[in-house]
Design a protein around this ligand. Structure first.
Ligand code: ADP
Ligand code: MG
Length: 369
């Protein structure tokens, strides 16, 4: 199955192909035809399954001029920006987009909204602009709630209902989420929305991940990591450290030894972090050295390797970290470097799971470190 068979225009198909997107995911195969049919939809499909294009492709193919608009709501500004980016980079015809979120000035957003075909935004600022009359949605054809479940979890219910009160009755409602909570169904009932439901089963192979550990010492950990980064057949890698200072130090050492690494930590400005994440997503940087907090923004399918340079404190953190690799059925490897003092902690973290030890000879001469 390809996108042409889903009635996506040739030019859009071409642009998608430039980003390596040639085969629709399951949720895209099932949802796109229904969206084209004009049906209200409730779609449940796991994170990373391609929901953004599932709703945005058929919408971008249908909006035109100023007579036709779509409003896409997303729970966070990062996600809102990602959605806009994904639309901008896929649309095979001129589609005007605007992203509306709080914390920045109103003017560019208000201006952009005047001519936008697709308005992507977070609930607070969208409601703000609707109620002050600065955002007009008289020609709205499509209303999308992305991550509808998270939106309700985050307490946006009242804002959502207020927003809906501004929308024309004749519109297509598209609700997407990783789960469909009862509260969402109730909300549909209250608004007389009777959506068709699509549920995509979780893929069986989301965990395609080899976990390993290696014994190291404080004085050879760096060269051990270097050796792994050199020797493994890898695409993108995330290295986890406990402190911001270590991320800086380690990224610097790796760079000095010819590894293309960048730190990602909470000392960097939002702008810097976004830039680093974007470069990583585009594989312009191939190794990110991050703290746990900063790594929350990493959502990149091409990550094949996770290295725990420092052992995480809890089993949850461990699971979170290694979950960055081996997504969408791709092969992944998670390697934890253990100093003698770390073994007890690691035993608690891995619980009953058996994680094999591997041997590796560090081959970076200490002189270079
Ligand atoms: P979700 O919203 O379900 O969590 P996204 O829509 O954010 O997932 O997609 C996850 C990633 O998969 C994105 O990087 C996106 O570009 C990529 N992707 C989406 N559809 C395809 C496809 N058909 N083929 C390859 N990659 C895809
Ligand atoms: Mg999504």
């Amino acid at each position: 199955m390809n996108f042409s068979e889903l009635d996506i225009s040739d030019r859009t198909v071409d642009r998608l192909a430039k980003h390596g997107i040639t085969e629709p995911t399951e949720v895209q195969q099932k949802a796109i035809p229904k969206v084209f049919e004009g049906k209200d939809m409730l779609v449940e499909s796991e994170t990373g399954s391609g929901k953004t294009l599932a709703f945005s492709l058929p919408i971008m193919e249908q909006v035109h001029g100023s007579e036709s608009q779509a409003l896409v709501l997303s729970p966070t500004r990062e996600l809102a920006k990602q959605i806009t980016q994904e639309i901008d980079s896929a649309a095979g015809k001129p589609v005007e987009t605007v992203t509306i979120y709080g914390g920045v000035s109103y003017d560019p957003q208000v201006e952009g909204a005047k001519t936008a075909n697709i308005i992507v935004g977070t609930p607070g600022r969208v409601l703000d602009l609707l109620s002050s009359g600065q955002l007009k949605v008289d020609n709205l054809d499509f209303f999308v709630l992305d991550e509808a479940d998270r939106m309700l979890d985050m307490g946006f219910q009242d804002e959502l209902e207020d927003i809906i009160s501004y929308l024309p009755d004749e519109r297509q409602n598209l609700l997407f989420g990783a789960t469909i909570p009862r509260s969402l169904k109730k909300m549909c009932d209250r608004y007389d929305i009777d959506p068709e439901t699509i549920r995509i089963k979780k893929s069986q192979h989301t965990r395609n991940l080899d976990e390993k550990y290696v014994n190291a010492k404080s004085n050879n950990k760096l060269s051990m990591l270097y050796t792994f980064l050199e020797d493994r057949d890898r695409d993108l890698s995330v290295v986890f450290c406990k402190t911001k200072a270590t991320t800086r130090w380690l990224a610097d050492k790796l760079r000095k030894n010819g590894i293309d690494a960048q730190e990602l930590n909470g000392d960097m400005s939002q702008k810097q972090r976004e830039k680093t994440l974007e470069e990583f997503a585009n594989a312009e940087i191939r190794v990110i050295v991050a703290t746990d907090v900063a790594a929350r923004g990493i959502d990149v399918d091409r990550v094949t390797h996770v290295f725990n340079y420092d052992v995480p404190d809890t089993a949850d953190t461990y699971t979170h970290r290694i979950g960055r690799a081996g997504r969408q059925g791709r092969e992944g490897e998670a390697i934890t470097l253990l100093e003698p003092k770390d073994h007890d902690k690691f035993r608690r973290i891995k619980k009953r799971k058996s994680i094999p030890r591997i041997e590796e000879k560090p081959n970076l001469k200490d002189a270079n470190v």
